[in-house]
Write a protein that binds this ligand. Structure first.
Ligand code: ATP
Ligand code: MG
Length: 571
């Protein structure tokens, strides 16, 4: 039903940006022999989120546009936090977004052998040494932003000694934290990343790809540049926080005879308001059951957005619209919502679903009568065909469409007033029935039989409301989602609170999920399947959730019809 299956290129608007300018210049000068190779390098320690989508669209999108290739490479240097479940979900998400990587997925761990050999090369050149400082001592020796660091007592050890101890580290003769291998750069560098950074550490943990082959693991900064170089990456795109790591990226590759020396280019990461895009914090929300799993439709994970009803095309469109710059900023959630509305407006068939039903008995309609009515599935797209609606004596309308004491200019139903039932007749409310608490539980109405497809004689009826037949409708649970956090920037709000952003949980929106358990949907929805998308008239866009059963359909509200937040905020 949606256009999520159209290819990524079709959707690409080819908006230029500073990275494209750099690549265009490189191409003109025939740098890299006119080739472009990018990579998307996730760490498999969580599910991908909307921020990753930006990086995916950028890296894979460039490869498509410049007839290059993009590798998917798992940055799996940290055996402790990584799991196969994450590897699988990342592959699924990239594919679902509409992209394909070159060859097989790659793993930094594929290069553990080569990384080790390169480390030996650094030691042989006198550019790396084994350090025996404890983690506390190391911290002390590192210095600070205003103070130079101090040389480790091991810094001038002989090459032979370094080779011997590094070999013994590899054999498992030392415990975690007892020894590390460090690059020998400059303990007085104003850039702390250059103060003899650690390039290998001991971790006696099984790795999901290499099992127990290794008990020493290369650090991210060392691994990343070497992996890029091994794969012949031409442009290594990363987020701005790695700008200060670029001198180290270049230093490592300058020392070694690697097959290539990729160019690192930094761009601004995506931040989205009213949510968080940190895998660590998303994992905390999942692990502590603040949400129901990684694909909870409230999360900004790719799998959450998908379950919520976002299409791949809408996410790619969003990434195109926000562009790629070097300036950090926060993108408004309404931009993402705009993109899905744009997509579903064209692709989603219309249907009626009464979310909070109020029983209506139309006394002028005979109990045995079933009148077949028909309505278009889409007002502007006849090719979607028509659907059948059955008019009967007992129907449901939404509780919010009736007021006993209507406010001025009220266009819905109240006692003695008329309203049109969408795709059906004009009805008039004659009286109400209340329960013991005084709540209206049923409306008694009559209909004007001369109003099907035409205006009522001699009067204007402005309001139109949706409805379903009691008999010809199906039970549904409708999950209404709102923003996950009540603070625009939960991490900053937490910091302001007590200078500690770990209290972001305090800003969870308690009303982020409302369940309407007694909704009823029109009969034509009885054979829907998970992922189908609809516009429920007057309500918004909804998608069928995987929790649906033969007894009860479950719908997720993807997005409301209009941006209700924009209106509230302006008030
Ligand atoms: P997190 O802090 O959520 O763990 P990360 O950067 O550590 O994010 P990685 O798995 O290392 O996550 O990210 C893979 C790629 O995605 C990297 O190149 C990273 O720069 C990019 N990326 C991650 N988050 C964002 C974001 N919010 N906006 C743009 N790119 C991002
Ligand atoms: Mg990371």
């Amino acid at each position: 039903m949606s256009n999520s299956d159209t290819s990524a290129t079709e959707n690409n608007k080819l908006v230029s940006n500073f990275i494209r300018h750099i690549i265009d210049d490189d191409m003109k000068q025939n740098k890299n022999n006119g080739k472009l190779i990018t990579r998307f390098p996730p760490e498999p320690n969580g599910y991908l989120h909307i921020g990753h989508a930006k990086s995916i669209c950028l890296n894979f999108g460039l490869a498509e546009d410049y007839q290059g290739i993009c590798n998917l490479r798992f940055d799996d240097t940290n055996p402790e936090k990584e799991e196969l479940e994450y590897v699988d979900s990342i592959m699924d998400d990239v594919k679902w977004l509409g992209f394909n990587w070159a060859d097989e997925p790659k793993y930094a761990s594929d290069y553990f052998g080569k990384l080790y050999d390169y480390a030996i090369e650094l030691i042989n050149q006198g550019k790396a040494y084994v350090c025996a400082l404890t983690p506390e001592q190391s911290r002390e020796y590192r210095g600070s932003l205003t103070e130079a660091g101090k040389n480790s007592p091991n810094r001038d050890q002989s090459v032979a000694e370094n080779l011997d101890i590094f070999e013994r580290m590899k054999k498992g003769e030392f415990e975690e934290g007892d020894r590390v291998l460090r690059a020998k750069i400059d303990m007085a560098s104003p850039n702390i990343n250059m103060r003899d950074p650690i390039i290998y550490r001991i971790r006696k943990i099984e790795h999901h790809q290499t099992g127990n082959d290794w008990c020493i693991y290369p650090m991210y900064d060392y691994t990343h540049c070497v992996s890029d170089a091994i794969e012949g990456i031409t442009h290594s795109l990363c987020t701005l926080e790695f700008e200060d790591h670029r001198p180290l990226y270049d230093w490592v590759l300058d020392q070694l005879q690697t097959p290539s020396h990729p160019q690192q280019i930094e761009f601004a990461r995506l931040n989205l308001n009213y949510t968080i895009t940190s895998k660590r914090k998303l994992k905390q929300l999942v692990d502590e059951n603040h949400v129901h799993g990684w694909d909870d439709p409230r999360l900004p994970t790719i799998s959450g957005l998908r379950r919520r009803g976002y299409t791949a095309a809408s996410i790619r469109d969003f990434c195109d619209r926000i562009g790629v710059t070097k300036v950090d900023g926060v993108v408004d959630m309404s931009t993402l919502e705009f993109c899905i509305r744009e997509d579903l407006e064209h692709s989603a068939p219309r249907a009626m679903c009464v979310i909070n039903p109020l029983k209506v008995v139309i006394e002028s309609i005979d109990e045995a009568l079933v009148e077949e009515l028909s309505a278009p599935r889409h007002p502007k797209d006849e090719s979607m065909g028509r659907r059948q609606l059955n008019m009967t004596r007992v129907i449901y309308i939404d509780q919010s469409d009736f007021e006993e004491v209507p406010p001025p200019k009220y266009r819905r139903l109240s006692i003695g007033k008329e309203v049109r039932l969408r795709n059906s007749y004009v009805i008039k409310c004659e009286s109400v029935i209340k329960n013991e608490q005084g709540e209206v539980i049923e409306l008694r109405c009559t209909h004007d039989a001369d109003t099907l497809g035409k205006k009522p004689e001699g009067r204007k009826v402005k309001g139109v409301i949706h409805w379903v037949s009691e008999q010809y409708s199906v039970a549904a649970e409708v999950r209404l989602y709102d923003r996950l956090f009540s603070a625009e920037n939960p991490e900053d709000a937490a910091k302001k609170h007590d200078n500690d952003d770990s209290h972001f949980l305090d800003f969870l929106n308690p009303d982020s999920l409302t369940i309407a358990a007694k909704a009823r949907a029109e009969m034509s929805l009885s054979d829907v399947k998970t992922g189908d998308a609809f516009q429920f008239e007057r309500e918004g866009y909804f998608t069928v959730d995987k929790d649906s059963t033969s007894k009860k359909l479950v719908f997720n509200r993807t997005v409301s019809l209009r941006d209700s937040w924009a209106r509230i905020e302006k008030k």
